[in-house]
Design a protein around this ligand. Structure first.
Ligand code: HEC
Ligand code: HEC
Ligand code: HEC
Ligand code: HEC
Length: 211
């Protein structure tokens, strides 16, 4: 019975802030907790692709000259410490500490969970390999959801350039979902997709290491 008022409050909050509704119950764990499985070659090593891509360096960028100039113009102090910059350049900025299950390293910039959703409840192998269950536990599919990207890729970015993306017909856009996705691809190999756990089991049964 005591729970009822809290449930009512949660429902009211979810209606008032629809963007928070789906995320509200899940906590962040950081890329360190995705690494165990997603750095494997068999899986397609998404961690390496991300590490070599633009998002991993997002905090580092806030320390360069261009950032210092932007911050100086706005009297913000050091940009890598300013909320006005960190909100899009690191994962889970401004999220209450109670929802951070493991400390995130700011040096890792924009991590997996900024796009795939906070991972504490979906990161177990059994859950991860059943997509429907994983989604129920907070996994987001950014493949079909442009808003995951435009939360940061929008005019509030001081370097947003309406001419950044040039379409084949010459049209320009500040952000183009399809083209942008192509620039950060990190797929599971086609012959592994949906079968990772099975293939891993087979290798282990043969006494082989999972690459
Ligand atoms: C609304 C989200 C958002 C905010 C707030 C934000 N950035 Fe960024 N930043 C981005 C995105 C997205 C990019 C990738 C390029 C683009 O579309 O602007 C980026 C790229 C950059 C770059 C690289 C330039 C380039 O052309 O790729 C610099 C430098 C930068 N940001 C500095 C800052 C500084 C300094 C602040 C704080 C004053 C800040 N950003 C605040 C989202 C943001
Ligand atoms: C900037 C957003 C972003 C970040 C950061 C990101 N991803 Fe993704 N991820 C995507 C998108 C978008 C797709 C879907 C691409 C497509 O199929 O169009 C995807 C797809 C995937 C897939 C499925 C691939 C497949 O073949 O079905 C896995 C696994 C994955 N990401 C894991 C990770 C891990 C692990 C990290 C961190 C190391 C990470 N992602 C970081 C946006 C992101
Ligand atoms: C949490 C904020 C955030 C989210 C969400 C996000 N990005 Fe980014 N993205 C950035 C920042 C910041 C940069 C600039 C990184 C740098 O150069 O330091 C960037 C840079 C990029 C770049 C290189 C610059 C460019 O525009 O060519 C691509 C491509 C990109 N992001 C694609 C995506 C895609 C696709 C998604 C959604 C699936 C996405 N991003 C979601 C913050 C974000
Ligand atoms: C204990 C192992 C393990 C951990 C830890 C793990 N994953 Fe996974 N993940 C998997 C497996 C297994 C699959 C399914 C692979 C397949 O297609 O067979 C998967 C699939 C995915 C997919 C693709 C889902 C789909 O079907 O579109 C994404 C995205 C993803 N993981 C992101 C993450 C992120 C982000 C983290 C960290 C918060 C993480 N994973 C942690 C094992 C793991």
């Amino acid at each position: 019975m005591k729970l009822l008022p809290m449930v009512m409050m949660a429902i009211t909050a979810a209606m008032a802030f629809p963007a928070l509704a789906q995320e509200a119950e899940h906590d962040y764990v950081g890329v360190a907790k995705c690494r165990t499985c997603h750095k494997k070659e068999l899986m397609g090593n998404q961690v390496a692709a991300w590490r070599d891509g633009p998002h991993h360096r997002a905090l580092e960028t806030l320390k360069n000259e261009q950032s210092l100039a932007i911050a100086a113009e706005r009297n913000l102090g050091p940009p890598h410490e300013a909320a006005e910059c960190l909100s899009c350049h690191v994962t889970a900025h401004g999220v209450p500490p109670i929802r951070i299950a493991h400390d995130l390293d700011a040096e890792d910039g924009v991590q997996c969970e900024s796009c795939h959703g906070p991972g504490r409840d979906y990161r177990k192998k059994k859950i991860m390999s059943d997509r429907e269950v994983a989604v129920a536990k907070g996994l987001r599919d950014p493949a079909e959801n442009e808003r995951v990207c435009t939360a940061c890729h929008n005019e509030n970015s001081p370097t947003f350039d309406p001419g950044r993306y040039v379409l084949p017909d010459g049209t320009t856009m500040g952000f183009h979902f399809g083209m942008a996705k192509e620039r950060i691809l990190h797929p599971i190999p086609e012959d592994v997709k949906g079968k990772f756990v099975e293939l891993e089991k087979k290798l282990k049964a043969e006494g082989r290491k999972v690459p």
